[in-house]
Design a protein around this ligand. Sequence first.
Ligand code: GLU
Length: 424
Amino acid sequence: MKTIHDSGSSTDCHKASIMQFDRAADLMELDSALRQWLNTSFRELSVRIPVRMDNGNVQVFSGYRVQHNNVRGPHKGGLRYHPDVSLGDIRGLAAWMTWKCALLELPLGGAKGGITCNPKEMSFGELERLTREYVHGIGDLIGPYKDIPAPDVNTNARIMGWIMDEYSKRQGYSPGVVTGKPMELGGSPGRENATGKGVSMVVSRWAEKENKRLDQTSAAVQGFGNVGYHAALHLSRLGCKIVAVSDSTGGIINEDGLDIEAAGRHKKIKGSLSGFAGGDAVHQDEVLIFKCDYLIPSALQNVIHGGTFEKLQTRIIFEAANGPICPYTEPKLPGAGITVLPDILVNGGGVTVSYFEWVQNIQHFKWKDEAIQLELQTIMHRAFDRVIVLAEERNVSYRIAAYILAIDKVVRAGHLRGTYQPHI
Ligand code: GLU
């Protein structure tokens, strides 16, 4: 998705990721060759995907898989289905996965995939044929020790199951080729709600740092897909008042707090939040600018930009989506008294439990849910604490601190492997 920023030109996730990277790289005084190695993709593949539609016609879709960096472990990252998917966005999203895995200290690299399509207008059979044909196109690139896809925007466990099946037909039984699978096919306990759960762990750690109890706070959640719903649900269970939620069809507000379980049930039955009676219906954009302590954008990139930021009525933004803040707008937020907790930290719970799923697949041994929750919390809290300490030490934003920690890990691994050796 492209957005027009304040000075009139457009930006995508690649541009955003480079701008963020450069701010940290400047402070780290990285030389230009090292920067080039770190901010370009290792490999980019575009595939055409012919699909027989239910009406008998063939429609040709465009798909991508971008592998950013694998010095710390196999490439890892989700697959998104959306009409706005572009190579530029996937390229930036792949880089964010490298930084996310490094920050969380998972032994994985970064990748991302996408197909330009509108899954909401496609039948189940069309989606299955699309997915299988995409696996045919990118099959040589993926594998349990090469590149491991996972769910992202508009993809789910069912789709991951088809990927596992299609790949296994060619290579033999390979549950570790993809994560976020159904439990029956080697999925992990806790993966479905992991990103939202991780978001709630970061928010509660932040509240603790502010010496606040969560039942003294309010939050607005933009996006009510897998991430937004579970983040809202876990936060509301912890006592946080969820005063606004939205999906692509509209928003619902209630200053006394929304019943998130009821909203989730409504969405499951009706397919959208529209018509949910637990609050007042508003345009979805109203949710972003609704008064709250914590704003949690949980859908797509670039939703907070020059046109919206002046209307924001929050103090803290937790980026549950990847790249929800336009990089041209971000430098203005501190002046407006708004703090940002960055995506590569906040939404890291998803890939963390993906890592646990991959480990279980390789071990052919199932972990208990309690072990997963405990390990997830350890990893999220450790990364959170390191980001806070470094930001305070260096007097930089939380995003820059997260990048410095992540870049340092990737650079060290590159040096040790000999992939990138500046001095011989
Ligand atoms: N799509 C998720 C993300 O952006 C999860 C990726 C994964 O589990 O590999 O972090």
